[in-house]
Design a protein around this ligand. Structure first.
Ligand code: IMP
Length: 417
């Protein structure tokens, strides 16, 4: 009988503040594992005087006793991964990359950007990192896996064959096909840096669970960006929901224990696509300023709006969330009124579920009384009555307990109920 892993997932459009909770939980776990996405994800961790930027390496890297795993469901840019690794010493033996993870190579990023440009005003607003093209190659069965770095000559030949077959596409996009010698050199450099870390991570995690180790699974992006359950086509290209943790690491559903879903007390989104509760006025601007809502990976200003309880209920159900961590409650401090989207108007009717076409819904709001200050509260009872009422109402609407409330970026300013 093996132990169960704990899972953290984003419930909105990413940037929910997963970093604060994952960093905190990583301190008490033996293994921290990434299961989806690539270096489109990102958060910054400050420890003492030093700042660390994490995009691909799991957050457990800051716990010297934790083992960090990049699972098969991730698309790995070797160049970016190697650069990120330089921030840390002694990673051997505590960082592992699945031999089945797919390689994201520079041409994927070129294709991503060229496609976005060609789409004009229909662009997705991707991070431009090559995520879509890398997953596209994987699903089309023309991708290349990290394990192939063991034999770079063979890998180089395969990639060159791929280029030859796709020459017309490169031409249309105005992209140059890389030269074989340069590609071989690049792959050799990746191999030299990464080979000690490449392994069968599915076996590693299974062993860890069987030995009773504490395993944390770290989701990236959010439910509304999931390839199936998000606002397609304005989504990322991976399974960001809890089911992705199984396929992206080689686990089965019985391996998953407690699921913590992360949500902000309001909503944000970067890139294009539907966002029913977006606020285009002063309140939206205020949330952006107070919440420092600018992308960590791209620096883009995030679109801001109100908590969407309909989308959140959808996310709670799809992920099997046991408890929600409500982040950045303090950003709402000082507002007279706080809106929550409690239903949508869709094709003339009021609905309480996420329809196929989220683009054409109109939000229906319930207005709550605001409060002066929640910032820095560490106990539920320290919160103003209106904030407690707001949280209780959200729990009722989304059908899940809000077990954690964050009231500032500081680790200690967290209420656990
Ligand atoms: P891609 O993942 O770069 O293909 O981008 C697809 C969509 O997902 C775009 O709207 C991005 O802004 C969004 N996205 C990707 N990664 C993140 C993230 O870590 N946080 C928030 N949005 C993201």
């Amino acid at each position: 009988m093996s132990n169960r892993a704990r899972l953290i997932v984003g419930l909105q459009w990413g940037d929910e503040g997963k970093g604060k909770i994952v960093d905190h939980m990583a301190q008490t776990h033996d293994y921290v594992c990434r299961f989806a996405g690539g270096h489109n994800a990102g958060h910054t961790i400050v420890v003492g005087q030093r700042k660390y930027a994490l995009h691909l390496i799991p957050s457990g890297v800051l716990n010297p006793d934790a083992v960090n795993i990049v699972g098969n469901g991730v698309v790995l840019s070797p160049a970016d991964f190697i650069e990120e690794m330089k921030q840390f010493d002694n990673l051997e033996g505590r960082l592992f990359v699945s031999d089945r993870a797919h390689l994201l190579l520079p041409y994927h990023a070129l294709i991503d950007r060229a496609r976005e440009k060609l789409k004009g005003d229909k662009a997705i607003g991707t991070t431009g990192k090559g995520i879509g093209p890398a997953y596209g190659d994987k699903v089309a069965r023309v991708g290349h896996r990290v394990g192939e770095l063991h034999d770079t000559k063979k890998l180089c030949d395969r990639i060159m064959e791929h280029f030859e077959m796709n020459a017309p596409i490169f031409e249309v996009m105005g992209l140059e096909i890389p030269r074989k010698e340069a590609l071989q050199k690049e792959l050799d450099a990746y191999k030299a840096s990464l080979e000690p870390y490449i392994t069968n991570t599915t076996l590693l995690i299974r062993k860890a669970l069987c030995e009773g180790k504490r395993v944390l699974l770290e989701g990236a992006q959010g439910t509304m960006l999931d390839i199936d359950h998000g606002t397609y086509p304005y989504v990322t290209s991976s399974t960001t929901v809890s089911a992705g943790a199984c396929s992206g690491l080689g686990l089965n559903h019985k391996d998953i224990g407690e699921v913590t879903g992360i949500a902000k007390a309001y909503c944000t989104r970067v890139g294009n696509g539907p966002f029913p509760s977006e606020d285009f006025g002063e309140d939206g601007e205020r949330l952006r300023k107070r919440g420092h809502e600018y992308g960590t990976t791209t620096g883009r200003p995030r679109r801001c709006g109100w908590f969407d309880a309909v989308a959140m209920k959808h996310a709670v159900q799809i992920n099997g969330v046991d408890r929600v961590a409500l982040m950045k409650l303090d950003v709402l401090d000082g507002l007279d009124e706080i809106k929550v989207c409690t239903a949508y108007r869709f094709q003339g009717e009021e609905i309480d579920y996420v329809p196929y076409d989220l683009e054409s819904v109109e939000p229906i709001y319930t207005v709550f009384r605001g409060w002066k200050k929640s910032e820095g509260a560490r106990e539920f009872d320290e919160l103003p009555e209106e904030a407690r009422d707001y949280i209780a109402a959200l729990e009722e609407m989304i059908g899940c307990k809000i077990g954690i409330v964050s009231t500032s970026p500081e680790r200690e300013d967290t209420i656990v109920r």
